[in-house]
Design a binder for this molecule. Structure first.
Ligand code: GDP
Length: 418
């Protein structure tokens, strides 16, 4: 995929880039067909499409390119035909009621299969238990009936684990805050505060790219977005965000949206928690020009990448959560991290301390990036969610701004069964 020049959104090399350079990048942003990545609801919201079988074509394309061959193991998700899991239960046909003994062997093999697919042990056990419960006592009329029970059973268990969310949930929550702000401005009462979202994660996982993708979705929904340069640590991080903001400004100029986007930054070395708080205060003030309740509807805060086991950097997240007080904190995690992903998810989940009412301030969602580059990420996703109870809000499927999707449980089930 990297062969395609105009797909590259990695501007980390433009550290210190001047305005002329960045506007040239913006002019090259390709046109975007709306129904390729989103659909419009009856209520008029532009929501993300589910990640579904389109991934087969994305990965097939990757597989046929030499560069990506190693990323997609043979027999990986591009393979077709009967699912491996179904095959494990093939010998159970016989018109009798299934007993515990009948199921021991195929369930053990199913457990091994799931672990091979990167599903963590506890999550694999839970999935197998669910299949066992649903198969026990059923009469095995045909192989198709067993296959259907397994499929439905896995889908049910995965729905529980993955607690699927739609981008519509996020958009509705933002809409509620925006109308509350308008109402309180009209009545002159109450505090006005834009909706605040922050992305966190390990270095290089795709935080700023994901933040730009979220901004694009919000702009398509006519929101006014303030992006905050909260990575005051890595040289080039602020410039990279500036390029994204310029690109998006260029994009919306040619699209039907009343949204707007700007960057708030104070350079490097300063405390990101204070910068974030000041940005939120600025965005909360009434817009004197348009007389809108607040100057921006949504504040999107980038943060410095940090290793989840770096105690010093992780501890600063607690102060950040207190001062910036985001409505949502999303952890961006790579589909590629493998077994480290569960530890990453747990450590970030535990880094934000407590709310003022004493309840735990965990993460509000995962955004799993780079799903276009690896065939085996479903197991990783299931394990991260199982370990924390934090849902996957969206998945990244490429380097373009519209390359964001929501996760489909049916699709995950199909992949795990293969
Ligand atoms: P950050 O350091 O976490 O902010 O990461 P960046 O946003 O700078 O992204 C690091 C690299 O990952 C860049 O080259 C991005 O273009 C790339 N990237 C981010 N998301 C995706 C994705 O969903 N798919 C692919 N293929 N690349 C991605």
């Amino acid at each position: 995929m990297d062969d395609d020049e105009d797909t590259v959104l990695d501007y980390s090399a433009v550290s210190g880039a001047g305005d002329e350079d960045t506007s040239a990048e913006a002019a090259e942003t390709p046109g975007i067909e709306q129904d390729s990545w989103s659909r419009r609801t009856a209520g008029g919201e532009v929501v993300l499409k589910d990640l579904d079988d389109e991934m087969h074509s994305i990965l097939s394309a990757a597989q046929s390119s030499d560069a990506s061959k190693s990323a997609v193991p043979s027999g990986g998700i591009v393979s077709s035909g009967l699912g491996a899991v179904s095959g494990l239960f093939r010998n159970l046909v016989g018109g009798k009621q299934l007993t515990e003994d009948d199921l021991v062997k195929p369930l053990k093999s199913m457990n091994d299969h799931l672990i091979k697919r990167n599903v963590a042990r506890e999550a694999a056990e839970r999935l197998c238990d669910s299949v066992k419960r649903d198969l026990l006592g059923t009469k095995t009329a045909s192989f198709q009936s067993i296959d259907a029970v397994i499929r439905i059973s896995l889908e049910k268990a995965l729905t529980h684990i993955l607690t699927p969310t739609s981008s519509l949930d996020l958009l509705r929550s933002i809409a509620a805050t925006t109308s509350r702000n308008r109402a309180s401005a009209t009545s002159g009462a109450g505090v006005k505060r834009p909706y605040v979202i922050s992305v966190v994660g390990v270095n290089g996982v795709g935080k700023s790219t994901t933040l730009a993708k979220l901004a694009f979705l919000l702009l398509e929904n006519n929101y006014r977005v303030l992006v905050v340069g909260g990575d005051t640590f890595r040289s080039g991080a602020v410039e990279q965000l500036r390029v994204h903001v310029k690109n998006l400004q260029g994009l919306i100029a040619s699209r039907q949206t009343t949204g707007k986007i700007d960057l708030y930054e104070r350079g490097y070395g300063k405390d990101p928690a204070h910068i974030a708080r000041d940005a939120v205060t600025l965005a909360s003030s009434a817009d004197t020009e348009t007389r809108a309740a607040t100057t921006f509807d949504v504040v999107l805060i980038d943060t410095a990448g940090r290793r989840h086991n770096d105690a010093r950097l992780m501890s600063s997240l607690e102060g950040f959560a207190r001062l910036a007080n985001p409505d949502k904190i999303f952890m961006v995690g790579e589909a590629l991290v493998g077994s480290d992903s569960v530890a990453q998810a747990r450590d970030f989940y535990n880094a934000f301390g407590h709310n003022t009412d004493g309840s735990k301030r965990g993460l509000d969602g995962f955004i799993v990036s780079k799903c276009d580059t690896v065939g085996e990420m479903v197991g990783t996703i299931v394990s991260m969610v199982h370990a924390t109870g934090v849902p996957v809000v969206a998945v990244g499927v490429g380097q373009h701004y519209p390359d964001l999707r929501t996760l489909s449980v049916g699709w995950c089930t199909r992949l795990l069964m293969q």
